[in-house]
Design a protein. Sequence first.
Length: 336
Amino acid sequence: MRQETAPCPPRCLRVATVVNPNARGVDAALVRRLRAIVAPDALFVSGSLAEMAHVARWIVHRRFDVVLCGGGDGTFTRCVSEVRALTRAAPAFGVLRLGTGNALADTLAAPSPTAEGLSSTLRRAERSDSQREISLLRVGDRLAPFAGFGADALILQDFNRVRTRLARTPLRFLGQGVVGYVVALLARSLWRLLFQRRPYLTIRNTGAAAWRLDAAGRPVGRPIRRGAILYEGPAILAAASTIPHYGFGFRLFPHADPQRRRFQLRVLNGSVLATLARLPAFCRGELVDRRTFDFTCSAVTIEAREPTAFQIGGDEAGTRTGATLSVDGVRAIWCD
């Protein structure tokens, strides 16, 4: 008689937790909660690029299996970029729902940062069966879920300036979260978008065949070969993402699939005021008209005639006249 063998339980993995003390939601109370459930040698509090580089070296040296990043999409981007720069045999990465945008937390279904939510995420990270591949953008030596030229980067610049100016005043709450972005948009960004000349961009396919997408995300027309121009002209936004979300639950890239080795490229060349008038639909990913150009790609180069605001993973990246975006990937912890 054949004896049934019980399946082996998933191996318990070694998990490092990295939090950014400058991020929204990361305070002394949160760090105390983490210290109660995370081993002392597995908790890293990193608030600068230099500290993150040091933490990355420790993570690689100690051979952690998983890294949980808490502090928003920028913290994830910095951490995964630093670790991957040191080793190709990188650990898996997960996110804690902390920080401002939390686009990756939305995509990976990370729970709220309550004591129960933190413990649940940590337990899931310790299980090897919670891991799945997720595609990211490679922008030079950086890895990120999204990046873009134009309006999104300009608004981010203004948000950071408003937050800095209000940080030491009784009105500091006006520079935080969604409210901070609204204040930045009304006080600075809207006028810059209305009266500054739109950047003139040339976007070329440098990867496998690309496709134009219709409103439902279906390929239309003929494949666009490597070396061909996808778009040329003025634009208020040219951004790419491997995930549907863009922070605050907004689905600005409804046709992006993090489990495909592709990204969605979206170019907007409509009126600023018309776009704002339809902002709710835009945030749901429903704003598609003749001035919206969507593509699915594996690599592109974007060239701007003049230095243009650029962002990588929700972090300012200054002004640039060009960037190359391609697909890379890591293993990620999914909480759904």
